[in-house]
Write a protein that binds this ligand. Structure first.
Ligand code: DCP
Length: 227
């Protein structure tokens, strides 16, 4: 018998842990969603370690990758893979964990995009792929629900221009369209790669007020993720 009280998930008196991945295009509004759920007791929120990607021992692999993807794509994505894995294996400190993206989207969306667009050499793609396959075969990466913030690439482009992150000034609408198409093929059309959990789609082109309303509406569905 399963019940929920104040976000706590209880099965036959035993607390059940649950892991949710929040997925979506660049600037789709993941941070706002995570902030909203971080106010709920019994949820821990893990944001993407972007600050690490911008500063690893004084170097900025994110910035380098945007300047010269063919040269630095492997460098950034190797580090993304490491930092995401670090999040995935971190012991949970609350019954529910909500994570921004995952090691899966790092590979299936971002690495795939670099390779498919001809910006990642075949050998780099092969090495990253072997690493990824080894990790998912040998290390448990739990997930109960994927929440997909579905946006149009145009909306992300507008939001990106507003937030003005220095490294991202080179991002074009075409780049966001490619990321969008890879996400749709993966999570909506199931055309490309394995989807490791059920997907909850939240339309995310709306303004802040409507988005917060939708998070409220979907709250129980998300918190009861493992049912
Ligand atoms: N990135 C990447 N490769 C990955 C993951 C992310 O190149 N495997 C890049 C894309 C962005 C930056 O890292 O330039 C940060 O990702 P998001 O913009 O999606 O993260 P935010 O926290 O800014 O998301 P949002 O705007 O949805 O809150």
């Amino acid at each position: 018998m399963l019940s929920s009280s104040q976000g706590k998930l209880v099965r036959n008196g035993e607390e059940k842990k649950s892991v949710i991945w929040l997925e979506g295009n660049i600037a789709s509004g993941k941070t706002t969603c995570l902030e909203y759920f971080s106010k709920t007791s019994d949820i821990e929120v893990l944001t993407e370690p972007v600050s690490k990607w911008r500063n690893v021992q004084g170097c900025n692999p994110l910035g380098l990758m945007y300047q010269d993807p063919s040269r630095w794509g492997l460098t950034l994505q190797t580090y993304v893979q490491l930092t995401m894995l670090d999040w995935h294996v971190l012991p949970m400190s609350a019954p529910i964990r909500m994570m921004e993206r995952s090691i899966y989207s790092a590979k299936y969306i971002f690495v795939e995009n670099l390779y498919k667009s001809g910006k990642m050499p075949e050998v780099d793609f092969a090495v990253l792929s072997e690493w990824f396959e080894w990790i998912i075969k040998n290390i448990a990466i739990p997930v109960d629900l994927i929440v997909y913030l579905q946006t149009s690439p145009q909306t992300c482009y507008e939001r990106l221009k507003q937030r003005c992150r220095e490294e991202e000034k080179v991002i074009s609408l075409e780049y966001l369209e490619s990321i969008h198409n890879l996400y749709e093929d993966w999570l909506i059309h199931h055309k490309s790669f394995e989807v490791p959990a059920p997907v909850l789609v939240i339309p995310a082109d709306h303004d802040l007020k409507k988005m917060l309303h939708q998070y409220e509406e979907n709250r129980e569905k998300i918190l009861m993720a493992h049912c």
